[in-house]
Design a protein. Structure first.
Length: 303
């Protein structure tokens, strides 16, 4: 503001001095006076423009200064906050220092107590050491005796090792033999498995064939008719009927053929019976010609 006032005072003084230097025009010289006024207004306008530019510069500088002040204030607040944080940290550090000092004191006391205990243990260990040395001497003597027994045991061990080697050789031979036997057993097992598979296949085939046979038999029976006929053949008992007829029936041959269609009954006379019946002039008697025939009957079952 002081610079601005100085500048305005300097400009006004320069204008007044310029006007004083110029001679006053007479009143009738209106045109000259107008020219002077125009030049004076132009000078004033240029001065105003310069003053405005200087004002703008000063405002910019003021804004920059205000920004600097605000940044400085912010930094001050941040520094104050950091200072408070550091003070709290220092207080915590002092508290931890006190705690550590107390812990060190307690550790010193504990260390001293442990040191005393260790000294007592050292004395006890010294006495134990003396006892151990005495025991060591006894153990050395026992060791010498054990060395002598060890030598004898080594001799026995060599003998046992030799026997063991012979036993290993024999065991190896037996293992080879057992491996051969095992291989043979495995081969036999494989053949048994193959045979059992074949038997199973054959059994399944037999079952299938049996089922087919039964199915075909049932169809044949249905085609023939569902009535079943059974026949039982029994020779005549002795003393029943004529003796000649019994003798003839004893010489007859009964044959029971079996087929898919069913069971049959063939009555065939023997050769002696044929010769007896064929001794006549015609070669065959007319009354006994039916006995020479081959009778064929078919039944569902003959027993």
């Amino acid at each position: 503001t002081a610079n601005k006032r100085a500048r305005t005072n300097g400009s006004s003084s320069s204008i007044s001095s310029g006007n004083e230097k110029k001679k006053k025009r007479p009143k009738w010289d209106v045109k000259g006076r107008l020219q002077d006024l125009e030049s004076f207004t132009e000078n004033l306008q240029s001065e105003v423009v310069n003053a405005n530019s200087e004002v703008m510069k000063l405002r910019l500088e003021l804004q920059q200064k205000e920004q600097v002040v605000t940044t400085i204030e912010e930094k001050k607040q941040v520094l104050q906050q950091d200072l408070s944080v550091y003070q709290k940290q220092i207080e915590k550090a002092n508290e931890s220092k006190r705690e550590l000092m107390e812990m060190i004191e307690t550790m010193k006391m504990n260390h001293q107590m442990k040191l005393n205990e260790l000294n007592m243990k050292m004395t006890e260990m010294e006495t134990e050491k003396q006892q151990i040395e005495i025991k060591y001497k006894i153990l050395v003597e026992n060791h010498q005796q054990l060395e002598y027994t060890k030598q004898q045991l080594d001799l026995d061990l060599t003998k046992k090792n030799n026997q063991l080697e012979t036993g290993k050789i024999e065991n190896k031979r037996l293992l080879d033999l057992s491996e051969n036997q095992q291989n043979k057993i495995q081969q036999l097992e494989t053949t048994i498995v193959d045979l059992t598979d074949q038997v199973d296949e054959l059994e399944t085939q037999v079952r299938n064939d049996e089922a087919l046979r039964r199915k075909l038999h049932n169809t044949i029976q249905e085609l023939k008719g569902n009535i079943r006929v059974f026949c039982r053949v029994r020779p005549l008992l002795p003393g029943v009927g004529n003796s000649s007829k019994n003798e003839l029936e004893e010489e007859m041959i009964y044959h029971f053929p079996k087929s898919l269609s069913g069971c049959g009954l063939h009555i065939i006379p023997s050769e002696s019976m044929v010769e007896q019946l064929g001794s006549g002039s015609s070669g065959r008697k007319r009354g006994n010609s039916s006995l020479i025939k081959n009778y064929e009957f078919k039944f569902d079952r003959v027993f």
